[in-house]
Design a binder for this molecule. Structure first.
Ligand code: NAD
Length: 307
């Protein structure tokens, strides 16, 4: 449906970064009656949202000039720094009292820097990274992990509820990122563990579907085995059944594991399996897997064995 201003019930919301996640998230804001003003460095990404009635502007500063609630969904820390503090960044034109919510997965230290830069301009910054992937972004079922001033949480919740099934307050700014980084480190370890287990079972002569069924009724069960199995043919509707296309890119997982390593180093926390997972995902990036879904570690391990 083409959404016209007549369909809109609320004041406009800015959205910056219309990639795999940002595009469906912004669509859900439109569906809930919020007029969206958006921008992306890649004009092609804006087309679909524009057709649905969103206003597209040239850069983040222009968005900040018009909207006092802005959501950003960008790949990594340098993009967030640029979008907030760059020459055409949000903070160049931000209105006093604006609420700035960053849903990208980035270094918690960068979230804190952005929060204090926003505060100097009289605005409020919150980190609200997500778990759930492109499917959950489309169906509005994301989990948001929110860090920032508790007094602002209700205002953030109003928007985040349009895009997510769970909106969890974690504590001061940066704690949303901390929760997200911990989750993804465990996810990567679980995915590699599931992949090597399934591969071993197959080599021992087990049918992969039967092995998955047994794991999923036993103590080895995890999200990677029962919801996102990495072995082609075991499950429908997951990237392993589609040549590892779509889903959550190996390059993004390598980035998140790098963030986990940085934070572990800073806090002198031993994370041996997290370190190994980081190296495995980096090797995959170097060997052509960067844009494949992260469950392609199963394929990577089989290639490593010379198959
Ligand atoms: P993506 O690369 O598909 O989209 C990012 C978008 O930001 C792109 O359209 C890009 O053009 C735009 N962009 C980059 N720099 C910009 C700038 N300076 N100004 C305006 N736009 C800019 O990434 P994604 O998959 O949507 O992921 C976004 C974030 O969400 C990442 O931090 C990722 O780790 C996290 N995340 C992704 C998933 C997933 O399944 N894809 C799941 C959970 C969390």
């Amino acid at each position: 449906m083409m959404l016209t201003t007549a369909n809109f019930l609320f004041t406009q919301v800015g959205f910056i970064g219309l990639g795999n996640m940002g595009n469906p998230m912004a669509k859900n804001l439109l569906k809930h009656g919020y007029p969206v003003i958006a921008t992306d460095v890649f004009p092609e990404s804006c087309k679909e949202l524009q057709e649905l009635g969103a206003q597209i502007l040239d850069n983040p500063a222009e968005v900040a000039d018009k909207a006092d609630r802005i959501i950003t969904m960008l790949p990594s820390s340098p993009n967030v720094i640029d979008v907030y503090t760059g020459p055409n960044g949000i903070l160049k034109k931000v209105k006093k009292g604006s609420l700035l919510i960053d849903s990208s997965t980035i270094d918690p230290a960068v979230s804190k820097e952005m929060a204090s830069a926003a505060e100097k301009m009289g605005a409020v910054f919150m980190d609200a990274p997500v778990s759930g992937g492109v499917g959950a972004a489309s169906s509005g079922k994301l989990t948001f992990m929110v860090g920032g001033a508790e007094a602002e949480f209700t205002a953030a919740q109003e928007l985040l509820n349009c895009m997510g099934a769970n909106v969890v307050y974690c504590g001061q700014v940066g704690t949303g990122q901390a929760a997200k980084i911990c989750n993804n480190m465990l996810l990567a370890i679980g995915m590699i563990g599931t992949s090597e287990t399934m591969n071993l079972g197959i080599r021992l002569g087990l049918d992969p579907k039967l092995l998955a069924k047994i794991l999923n009724m036993s103590s080895g069960r995890c999200w990677s085995s029962d919801t996102y199995n990495p072995v082609p043919g075991v499950m429908e509707g997951v990237p392993s059944g589609n040549h590892y296309q779509g889903g959550f890119g190996t390059q993004l997982m390598a980035k998140d594991l790098g963030l986990a390593q940085n934070t572990a180093t800073n806090t002198k926390t031993p994370v041996p399996l997290g370190s190994l997972a980081h190296q495995i995902y980096r090797m995959m990036c170097a060997r052509g897997y960067a844009s494949k879904d992260f469950s392609s570690v199963f394929q990577f391990l089989r290639e490593e064995e010379g198959q």
